[in-house]
Design a protein around this ligand. Structure first.
Ligand code: ATP
Length: 247
């Protein structure tokens, strides 16, 4: 397999500004199929923006962003939907619809975006809720779910389309250490069992070390370092060493 076939996501000289503020500066890195990359960096350094660029919620000012062989910066809306269908997203808030039960939150995208039968949809919902340990909670409203359960529900919703790529922003924010580590377990299982490619933005170095194969460290909008935790522990940049070191 050549390098292109083996690459799920590639950022190639990507820059992004908002008004006069330059957020990302000439960032290039790629994520191999089945690899989990954790994006680390201080607050406001462009981690979430990087994730949003990867699903074309934002457009770069310069550079290419490829998902498999598609440069998503050049795609029309219809083509973009085809590419996005391969991807699942879990953002900081699980973003469930408050007026729908957990079951209906999962059923809605399946009804809208696929021609699956009612029965097939029920099978998928039971499967993903079982995967995240919420099999008994499908009748609950989002407000009845704890923070950890909401994260798991968000993950379940990201999984309904069996995505090849998962983009996750802060999987453990707002969770206690034990609940956070349960989320890490789910991500790890998704990676090992389903070989899902993952990009995880996190401030939680424990999560990063458990789930991430490599770290991409952003510092003031530049890619300051890319490598395994072991490779980065002795990096020349002190910010990198502090971010990847176990506290
Ligand atoms: N849509 C937007 N419009 C204007 N500025 C934005 C927009 N999105 C992000 N920014 C700015 O870009 C910068 C980087 O934001 P981003 O959310 O990527 O940071 P981050 O590294 O994820 O931070 P944190 O760790 O605090 O979540 C910030 O200064 C933010 O204010």
């Amino acid at each position: 397999m050549n390098e292109t076939q083996d690459t799920a996501i590639a950022l190639d000289h990507v820059s992004k500004s908002f008004g006069k503020k330059q957020v990302l500066r000439d960032v290039s890195f790629s994520v191999a199929r089945g690899e989990a990359i954790c994006v680390l960096g201080r607050s406001g350094t462009g981690k979430s923006v990087t994730l949003k660029l990867m699903i074309a919620l934002l457009k770069p000012d310069a550079g290419r962003i490829s998902i498999d062989e598609d440069d998503i910066t050049q795609l029309e809306r219809k083509e973009l939907s085809r590419v996005r269908r391969k991807m699942g997203f879990l953002f900081q808030s699980a973003a469930l619809f408050d007026s729908l039960t957990l079951h209906d939150n999962l059923a809605l995208p399946l009804r809208r975006l696929t021609d699956k039968s009612k029965q097939e949809i029920e099978v998928i919902i039971d499967h993903v809720l079982g995967q995240v340990g919420l099999a008994d909670d499908k009748g609950k409203m989002p407000v009845e779910l704890s923070g950890g359960m909401q994260k798991r529900a968000g993950l379940a919703r990201a999984l309904v389309f069996e995505p090849q790529i998962l983009l996750i922003d802060e999987p453990s924010s707002g969770l206690d250490r034990i609940t956070a580590s349960e989320i890490d377990d789910l991500l790890l299982e998704q990676k090992t069992k389903h070989h899902t490619t993952m990009v995880i933005v996190t401030h939680d170095v424990h999560c990063a070390r458990r789930v991430g194969d490599r770290f991409a460290v952003l510092d003031q909008g530049r890619l300051a370092a890319l490598g395994t935790p072991q490779e980065l522990e002795h990096h020349e940049n002190e910010t990198v060493r502090m971010l990847v070191g176990e506290s």
